[in-house]
Every structure is written in C-alpha cells, then in structure tokens.
Design a protein around this ligand. Structure first.
Ligand code: SF4
Length: 952
C-alpha cells in the first residue's frame, strides 16, 4: 500500500480563519520512504507572535514563499492513489480541504489514517499519544517539533512502527480487532479489515498462546519451568547474616562500578535482620540516599531463605511497588548467591477477569467508538501482558468505567469451575505469591487481608511496611465506609440501562437464543427486576438531589477546587434529616427486594440449566446482588450515625459546569491506633515500619501515637525499637535554605494581588539567575494559578517556560517529564508534587516552598481529631496540625537533593518559620542544611553564589 504522510503548521487552530504557513509530505511505499516535499506557505496574513515562538518560523521566512494556490498543483499529484496518514490527521486535513475548496478543487475524498489512533491500540501501555512522546518511545529522532518537515518525518517513522507492530501481532488478535470495528464504516475499520485479509494469506506469528479464540503472551500458570529450576538449585542457607550481607555487597561492588558503601544502609540492614530474627517492632527513619529498599530487602531475603518463612513487604504507592518489581528485586536476583522467588500481589480488582472479558467481547457489548477503541487496546495488551494488571494500561475515566465491568472480583469468581481458571491472572498472582519467599503488596491489600480473616495473602509472620507515614491514612480510609452517588448508579446501569443495554436485557436476549427454559416465567422475573431497578434509580436520584441541596446550602464553605464537605453531627443535623432517613429506608427496602430477586434468579438459573451453560451467568447475577447488599449495609451504617468512634460527612465537588459531582457520604474512624495494634502489630511476630519521614523534631512520638504505639503505653514502651538514620548526603555543603526575612504575611487562603506580584517578582528574579530548573510547591491551587500568569508574563520573554499543575491539562508525570526535558523551565505544583517527585541532577536546582503545608482545619477528620485530642487534654495544634505539616514540609524539602553530587537551594516563603513559636520544629526536622535569613532583594544573588559553589 502507498501512503502520503502529511503535516502542516498554521497561523492558529481555527481552519475557518487561520491559514497554513508550512506544509510537508513524506511519501511511503509500504514501510519505505520514497520521496519528500516541504515548503513554507505565504499565509496572506500576519503570523501571530505565539505561533512564531512555538514553531520558530519568522515573518521573513514567509514573505517570499509561494501561496497555497501556487503550491496545490505541485502537492496534489503527489497524494494521488495514496492513503493520507498524519498524527491527529483530522487537524491537517481540515486545513488542506479548506485550501483545496477555496482554490477550486474538490475536498480530499481519499482515505486517511490517524497514527494517534493506531498508536493508542497498538501500544496500549503508553501514557501519552503526543508525537513528541511517541517518537521518543520509539527512538525516532525528532529534533524540531512543531515544524512541518520534522513532524512529517517523525510521523512517517511512527507509521512504520505501527505497520511493523501490526505484522508482529498474532492473526487471532488482528482478526478480533477487525471484527470489533466491522460495520463502523471508518477508514480505521477499513484498514484493520485489509490487514486481517492480508494476514490470512500469511503464516501466523509464533510465540503466542491462543485459548478460546484470544491470543496471550503467557500460557497456563503452574507450568513455569524457571520456578522448578529455582526449586532444584535451592540450597539451605547457612552462616550468619553478617556473612550473607558481606557476600551480597561484594557482588554488588563487582557488578556495579558506581556502587557506594553506605554506613546508614548497613545499620538499617543490621537492625532489620535482628528484628526479623528475634521478633518485635522496629521503626526506621531512613533519610534520602540511605538505600532503604536494599536495607530491608537483603535481610528479608536472608530470613526467608534461611527459615523458609515468607516475608511480606507493603508499600503505599504503585511507583515504589513497581520500583521493587522492576529494579530492586531483579538486581538482587543477580547478586544474591541463592535463587529466590518474589511475587507482587495487588488488590483483586487490579486484575482482568478473563471470563467477564470473554462475555463482553463475544456479546460485542461496546456501545461507543470509544469503547471499541478500548476493547482493541485490550486485545493487543493480552498479547503482551504477563500479569493482567490494570496498572500497565493508562486508562482515562471512560476506560476505568469499562474496566469495572471486567475486573476480577470475589463475588462473581467461579474459581476452579471457571473455564479460564488456569489462564486467570488473579489466580496466577496468588499462585506465585503462594510459592514466593518475598511478597510485595500494598497497604490497602494488607489491611483487606486482616479484614477477611487472612484469606488473601498466604500465611506469614514477618512484615515490612515501607512508606509507613501513609499507613494511618490508608487504615483510616480502609476501616471507613463510603457510598457515592456513582456506586449505586453504576450498578443500576450494569443491570438495566435501556431495552438493549445492561445485564438483564442481555440475559433476556441470550436466554431466548441459547437455552431451553421456561421463557414465560423468565420474562416475568426479568420484567419485575427491571421495574425494581427503575424504581430504585428514581429513589436514589431523589436522595442525591436532596444531598446536593444540603451541599448547596453550605456552598460558601467549599474549597478552591470546588470541594464542599458537610459534617453530619448528631447535634447539628440538617432540618429535614428525619425526612431523609425515611427516604433512605424506603430506598433500602427496594434494594432488599432487588437483591433478593437477583439471588433467586441466580439460584433458578443454576437449577434449571446445565451447570456449564449457566455457571457464569448465575454467578454474575449473584455477584451483583452481593454488591448491592454490601452498599446497602454501608448506607444504613452511614445514616444511623451510631458509632461514636467514627466521623461522618457528606461531600461533593461543584464543577465549573455548575453541577455537583462526586457526591458521597463517608465515615472514617477518628483514631485507627487500636485497629492497627490489634490487626497488624500484635498479629505479627516482626513488623518493620520505615519511611524517609517519620520523625518530627528528632522524635518518633507523633508517628507512634498515630499508629497506636505510644511510648507511654506499657505494652509498647519497651518492645518498640526506633532507629533514625541520617542521609549519607552532606546537606550542609549541598543545600542552602533561604528564608526571606522581610516577606509579607500571606493572610487568608486567597492572597492579595500585591502578595502575588511580590512573590512572582522574587521567583522570576531567581529563575532568571538559575535559568529555570526550579520547582515551586504551593499549598493552594488558587495561588498557583494566580502566580502562574504573572510568572509566565515575566519569564516568557527570556525563553523560560512555566509549567503549572492543572493549567494545561497535563498529568503529573507528563509535567515532570516536560520539566526535565525542557532545561529552561519552572514547574509549579500543589499537593501531589510534595512527595514522590524524583528529579536528580541539575534539572532541579532550586525549590521554592510557598507557605507551610498545614492541612485545612475545617476538614471533618481534622475537626474530629482536634475534638478527640481536646478530650484527652492535648493541644490539637501542637499534637496534630504542626507534626502533620512538619512531615509534609520534610517531604517537600526532600525533592531538592537526590544524589550525593546534587547542589541546590530551597527558599521558604513563609515568615512563620522564623517568627512563630512552632517554626523551630520545621527547621529542626530538616537534615541540617545551611540556613540563612535574608532580605528578599538579596535572594537571587545568593542563589547564584551558592550554585557556583561559594559559601558566605
Ligand atoms: S477464575 Fe474467577 S477471576 Fe479468573 S477468569 Fe475465572 S471468574 Fe474471572
């Protein structure tokens, strides 16, 4: 097939009013480039400055260029008999068609293909589909983005990669995708159909397992020869931990030139090894650069290999889990002199249920083109994934919605009766965990295991909790109850959306087609159930409207992001509370009838039909019934307000479209200490809790109290060991903290324009000195927005770009990547940027902290914790607000120095650090950087001196 890859640059984004200024075409015969054409185009109108900045095209480049009328006779013959290809080709095509029509030609009537669509399907794990990102992933040179020639060249490279990938897919997958789009009539559908026909003539690609007409990267679990090798070569481990550790370090030294001996890592390994051997509880704060993960993984392996006991490692973030899976454990597999097995086990809903997927794919139950694209992505993904873990995919909100209907869940799992059992990803992960020496999991699953009587994780008695500063908050959410508007609505939609959509209509169609059954009775049952869904939906809608009314009454209390929280307190309930309770009770009665009807239907299906034919259907019906009952119980708990250990509230977000979204009722325990003690600390022989941020002002008291391990508690006074390991970095030499001593106080949440201007002025002066390379952390999104505009105005003329969280729709990881790639840039971020942003080297040389990160005191949890502390005669500000802010502050500061060779400056724009009585806790918690208080006008010069390596 022949292709013409097109790219245009324009004076703007409106095809009706803007004009092409540069056009490029790359001609391809199959995957080979056979010709190129590129030319500037005279637009007959001024070139906007922002386009000139973006593209690097100057007015002078266009002055003598041919007009489109002169170019078209040269360009159009090149496109003849070719399929037009482009990245987001719709944009280029609109401009081209308009020029064609204006110059007396018919608009383009040939086929056109969008590489962005193909990339989406063929590379389902990629986070983005921008040309720059895709070219980068494929290793295609793309030196000058936003110029037609280089963009068309890069797109041709991308198209070649897509064609190669399509040829490397098994025929089963290509055929499935072609079937998915059959009847759609698009050029995309046509191309897949062509590809499927072509592939039928060719030999199929080897190396895939085809099962029930789907192609997979992995075969049945339990047949893994590598695991048997591990078993065969396994030797009993003798000797001491010190010898084992020495041996591992020696191998690390031999393998890696850059390996550095770290005293703090040794101390951590020794402490962890002794707690794993002797039992007990250990809290380890390990500063940045300690090498914390190897500090606990090596002793964990020694223990597991020596005793045959499993060790469980729990993390909070997926990033750390993936780091352990992809980097640290494979590294240890290389250097530990004994083979071992490690497995990652996540929450069940992270895994694809193949039975549900087959049902959905076979029923072609994809309503929209968007759904079909997602299904095509999944078909390709199955040929690549070894885990079936949703984390590998990057799904948007619609994708997540689709995922909910095909995720694995306990209620509808057929287990061994499932035809997919031996291919099942969830059971594969459990099987691996069962055989593993080290199991990596997350805090949420760890807590679920305790809640369901240890039925999720294999039996173990040694636990290591990394990112332990998040354990309390995860436990609070986990032991809490919540029902959102979407929870019930999504279940109702899954059951019955309209006469053709939903589980009940589908069942009606399927049963009639496939099975011998008393159809009249089934019709009656389905009619009844559908009418109950309609009734319950109406009741639920009415209840949500009432709750939205309560939120609207309190709208003045909403946060800057539009979030509004209304606490439900027994002595201050809305006036129509009793009426609402009656409304909820009526709704719960309908839910009871519906759940009961679904259970009975499930039972009838089981009894009347062959087990092989109905097991899936019956279990799915029963699964939905169980989910309804669970939600029903949660709602009943929430509305009863009975448990005094909980704090209850209603929340919602008032969107920019003037509607309430994410409306939910929630209750969480005010204190989770007892729950954690009982379920985690007292239930295990050894527990290690570690993080880079556990102490406040040299003391573990705060975290111990939060976790139920208070030092004055007779049970834990002696049995808890604490170790504080300082970072191996020399912070005094490497980092300078500047506190402007004449900066105005911020006052309320919304600062006055004079403050914003002063801040932007200081940040701009510093950014000009550092050439960008600056991360600015805010506690308020509103302030971020205000500063963004002002800062961009000041820095843009100097070629320094400003990226802002939430400003241009880019995700956190995209922004971090853009910041790293664009050396002259400043990145502004709020909440999630305070933690986990890891930018080593000179890309981040200056960190600005705008305001100390205190949590808003009006959050119901903060309020309830304050009341609880007051009841215990403790000052809530000093015992809760300050320590929490200090830990966050330490996390933010931790972004600055990531390597022993880094050098950087942190500027703290909050005079409370110097003036407030609690300010000292913030500075004392930092790892002893150089600290200076200076007038604002001197900051830029001092930053320049410091980065050059000069002391004061
Ligand atoms: S075994 Fe359970 S989770 Fe796995 S595919 Fe079958 S029903 Fe789904």
């Amino acid at each position: 097939m022949k292709y013409a890859v097109l790219d245009v640059e324009t004076t703007g984004f409106d095809p009706d009013n803007d004009r092409i200024v540069e056009l490029a075409v790359v001609l391809m015969d199959g995957v080979d480039v056979v010709g190129r054409f590129v030319s500037f185009v005279r637009p007959e109108r001024p070139l906007p400055a922002r386009i000139s900045r973006l593209t690097g095209i100057a007015e002078s480049d266009l002055r003598d260029a041919p007009a489109m009328a002169e170019l078209l006779p040269k360009v159009l013959p090149l496109l003849e008999d070719r399929v037009l290809v482009g990245h987001n080709v719709g944009f280029d095509l609109k401009f081209l068609c308009r020029e064609m029509e204006e110059n007396g030609y018919f608009a383009w009537a040939g086929r056109s293909l969008d590489t962005a669509d193909f990339v989406r399907v063929l590379f389902p794990t990629w986070a983005e589909r921008s040309l720059a990102y895709v070219a980068g992933k494929l290793g295609i040179p793309h030196e000058r983005p936003h110029r037609a020639g280089p963009d068309a060249e890069a797109t041709a490279g991308v198209w070649k990669a897509c064609l190669d990938k399509m040829r490397a897919l098994p025929l089963t997958a290509v055929r499935r995708i072609a079937e998915l789009f059959r009847g759609e009539g698009s050029d995309f559908a046509w191309f897949w159909n062509e590809m499927a026909s072509l592939r039928r003539e060719m030999e199929d690609v080897p190396g895939f397992r085809v099962f029930r007409d789907f192609a997979f990267a992995v075969g049945e679990w339990g047949n893994d020869e590598v695991q048997d090798d591990v078993e065969k070569d396994r030797l009993p481990l003798d000797g001491s931990f010190a010898e084992f550790y020495r041996d591992v370090k020696e191998r690390l030294r031999t393998r890696f030139d850059a390996y550095e001996e770290r005293r703090s890592q040794d101390q951590m390994a020794e402490a962890v090894a002794s707690v794993l051997e002797e039992g007990g509880l250990l809290l380890v704060e390990a500063g940045t650069g300690t090498g914390k993960t190897l500090g606990y993984l090596v002793p964990a392996l020694f223990h597991a290999l020596g005793t045959g006991e499993k060790v469980v490692v729990s993390t909070h973030t997926v990033n750390l889990q993936e780091q352990l899976r992809r980097r640290d454990l494979p590294l240890l597999a290389d250097v530990v002199p004994h083979p071992f097995r490690a497995a990652v086990l996540k929450g069940r809903n992270r895994y694809l249920c193949l039975r549900k997927w087959e049902w959905k794919a076979t029923a072609a139950e994809f309503e929209t083109a968007e759904d079909r694209m997602l299904a095509a992505q999944l078909i390709v993904w199955l040929t690549e994934t070894e885990t079936g873990d949703v984390e590998e995919l990057s799904l948007d909100s619609q994708g997540r919605q689709l995922w909910k209907s095909i995720e694995s869940d306990a209620d509808s799992c057929l287990n061994r009766a499932c035809p997919w059992f031996r291919m099942c990803y969830y059971h594969r992960a459990r099987h691996d965990a069962q055989r593993a020496d080290i199991i990596v999991t997350n805090h949420a699953l760890l807590l679920t295991d305790f809640q369901v009587d240890r039925r999720v994780l294999p039996s173990y008695s040694r636990l290591i909790v990394d990112e332990a500063h998040h354990l309390e908050e995860t436990a609070s959410r986990h032991f809490g109850r919540a029902v959102s508007a979407r929870d019930f609505s999504a279940l109702f939609a899954r059951l019955y959306k309209d006469a053709r959509t939903g589980f009940l209509p589908l069942l009606r169609i399927r049963m009639k087609e496939l099975y011998e059954i008393d159809k009249e009775r089934l019709e009656e049952t389905l009619d009844h159930l559908e009418s109950l869904v309609v009734e319950a939906s109406a009741q639920w809608e009415a209840l949500i409207r009432r709750w939205e009314g309560w939120l609207s009454d309190a709208i003045s209390a909403r946060s800057e992001s539009g979030e509004c929280l209304v606490r439900w307190k027994r002595d201050a309930l809305p006036p129509d509370w009793n009426e609402t309770v009656r409304q909820v009770n009526a709704f719960l009665e309908t839910i009871d009838s519906l759940a009961d009807g679904l259970s009975r239907l499930s039972e009838a299906l089981r009894q009347e039909l062959e087990p092989s034919a109905t097991s899936g259907l019956a279990v799915d019906v029963a699964g939905i019934a169980k989910e309804l009952v669970r939600l029903r119980d949660d709602l009943a708990f929430l509305i009863a307000l009975d448990d005094e250990r909980y704090v209850y509230w209603l929340e919602g977000v008032f969107s920019s479209r003037g509607k309430w979204t994410n409306v939910a009722a929630t209750a969480v325990p005010v204190d989770v200490g007892d729950l954690l003690r009982e379920n985690v600390f007292e239930a295990k022989d050894s527990v290690v809790l570690t993080s880079a941020t556990l102490t406040v002002g040299d003391s573990f008291d705060y975290v111990r109290e939060r976790l139920g391990l208070a030092a004055d508690d007779p049970v834990f006074a002696e049995s808890v060991r604490v170790v504080r390991l300082s970072s191996p970095f020399c912070y005094r030499e490497q980092s300078l903290v500047i506190i402007p001593n004449d900066f105005p106080k911020i006052g309320g949440v919304r600062p006055d324009p004079a403050f914003v201007e002063r801040l932007a002025e200081s940040l701009a002066e510093t950014a000009l000195t550092t050439g960008g390379r600056m991360l600015v952390l805010f506690t308020s999104y509103r302030m971020l927005r205000d500063v963004y505009d002002e800062l961009d105005r000041r820095l843009a003329p100097h070629g320094i770009r400003v990226f802002g969280q939430g400003v241009d729709g880019a995700s956190r990881s995209q922004l971090v990547r853009l910041f790293q790639e664009c050396s002259r840039s400043v990145l502004l971020g709020t909440s999630s940027f305070w933690e986990g942003v890891d930018i080593p080297g000179g890309a981040l040389s200056c960190l600005a902290i705008v305001r100390l990160p205190f949590e808003p005191p009006r959050h119901p949890v903060a309020e309830a914790k304050a009341e609880w502390l007051k009841r215990m005669n403790k000052d809530p500000f000093l015992h809760y607000s300050v320590p929490q802010a200090v830990i966050r502050f330490k996390q933010g500061f931790g972004r600055l120095i990531r390597r022993s060779t880094d050098r950087g400056v942190a500027i703290v724009y909050d005079s409370r650090v110097l003036e407030a009585r609690y300010g000292k806790y913030f500075l004392r918690s930092l790892p002893e950087p150089t600290v200076e208080a200076l007038p604002t006008r001197r900051i830029a010069a001092r930053v320049a001196e410091w980065l050059k390596g000069e002391s004061l």
